[in-house]
Design a binder for this molecule. Structure first.
Ligand code: PEP
Ligand code: MG
Length: 381
């Protein structure tokens, strides 16, 4: 467990006095949120709710939800998940003590939640030989068929993010309700909450418009039940080039933008996030085809241009629109400098990178403020 020395902590407080860029953390559970808070994060910039679904006790329920044949079956599974999610959010809100918490609605690559196809195939083959008329075989065969139906060739470009919410709105409704129940509970014990609900993988403004309304309706329903009113924001990830290029339209439906530079790098280069590093990317870097790994260091020429365009267009529609970044790059020094230069309000990174991000954010401010007088001097010559 790394500890910060007193000297380093002092240095960080000096950095905080200089920096203008906010630093938040990516955290999905109360322990990480507490760690982030301890390291000086000003909030949670990304809570990936799909990580909450990975728990071994929940996986069977999540699979029931995904594989459900009927609306009732899916509702059944969702009703079981709702109180669990409410407790998840309550824990994070409590840990963050009134600082902003950005909760992203479910963004799973579906294949990560499906039963393993190879294992199923082995089971089915075995049963066909040993127990060909059994009910169990019928069930396993049925499951295998469902898994094959849901299988995708490119899961990272597939039925992920808001595309899931669009086709199965009841999943997002469950999550939105869980968030609002959690807010109500935490507010009742006197803790302030600043929730920011975030819609992932938006490529067209209509997706955001629809999902936004869904969340608002869920909020009104919970208010009716609990009598509690809430202040909250609804925003979107900008992680598809089309979203960055049409950010002026998207901003009409968004209270904030958060740049998902992992997916934005994937979709701008057309490199698979899951495969590129193990295939050609290493060779590209060694042979200087690329100066750096763009998944680690923000590619300012290409991906960065889209970030800059997104900020500019978004603020054309809504001056002062809150913007941040929550991809891996939010914790990397030169990318942080870039984020400051294009006018983002905050970066969000893993809790352990928060101290470094605070320093890098301060350096970015110092660099700009020193640049200004030098430029003025040069202009006078
Ligand atoms: C991103 O795409 O940059 C992001 C933060 O989301 P995820 O990594 O969960 O896709
Ligand atoms: Mg993403």
């Amino acid at each position: 467990e790394p500890q910060l020395s007193d000297e380093f902590k002092l240095l960080l407080t000096w950095a905080d006095e200089e920096r203008k860029l906010g630093v938040r953390a990516n955290a999905d559970n109360p322990e990480d949120a507490e760690k982030a808070f301890e390291f000086g994060a000003g909030g949670i910039g990304l809570c990936r709710t799909e990580h909450m679904f990975m728990d071994t006790k929940r996986i069977p329920i999540v699979q029931d939800m995904i594989l459900a044949e009927t609306y009732e079956e899916r509702t059944d599974a969702l009703n079981k998940l709702l109180p669990m999610q409410r407790d998840d959010f309550e824990g994070i809100f409590q840990a963050m003590q009134g600082h902003p918490v950005t909760i992203r609605l479910l963004d799973p690559p579906l294949h990560e939640f499906l039963p393993d196809k190879e294992e199923l195939l082995v089971e089915v083959t075995k049963l066909q030989m040993t127990d060909p008329n059994s009910k169990k075989l019928k069930e396993k065969e049925h499951l295998l068929r469902k898994v094959r139906q849901l299988e995708e060739f490119n899961p990272m470009l597939g039925h992920r993010g808001c595309r899931l919410g669009m086709i199965h709105p009841e999943i997002y409704v469950m999550q939105a309700k869980a968030i609002f129940y959690a807010i109500a509970k935490v507010m009742q014990i006197g803790i302030d909450v600043k929730p920011e609900i975030m819609i992932p993988l938006v490529g067209h403004v209509n997706e955001l418009k629809e999902m936004r309304q869904l969340v608002i309706d869920a909020g009104m329903q919970v208010t009716k039940e609990t009598g509690q009113e809430y202040d909250y924001l609804i925003g979107t990830m900008i992680e598809i080039p089309r979203a960055a290029l049409t950010a002026d339209q998207i901003a009409k439906e968004a209270d904030f933008f958060s740049f998902g530079t992992n997916d934005l790098t994937q979709t701008t280069f057309g490199y698979s996030r899951d495969d590129a590093e193990g295939k050609f990317l290493q060779s590209y870097i060694e042979n200087k085809v690329l100066p750096e790994n763009p998944f680690a260091v923000l590619d300012q020429e290409g991906v960065g241009q889209l970030v800059e365009t997104g900020v500019k267009l978004g603020r054309q529609t809504k001056p002062g629109l809150k913007t941040g970044i929550c991809g891996e790059h939010g914790g990397e020094k030169s990318s942080i400098q870039f984020c400051y230069d294009v006018g983002l309000d905050y970066v969000s990174c893993s809790p352990y990178r928060v101290p470094l991000a605070r320093l890098a954010a301060a350096q970015a401010t110092i660099k700009r403020e020193q640049k200004q007088p030098i430029k003025e001097l040069l202009d006078q010559i």
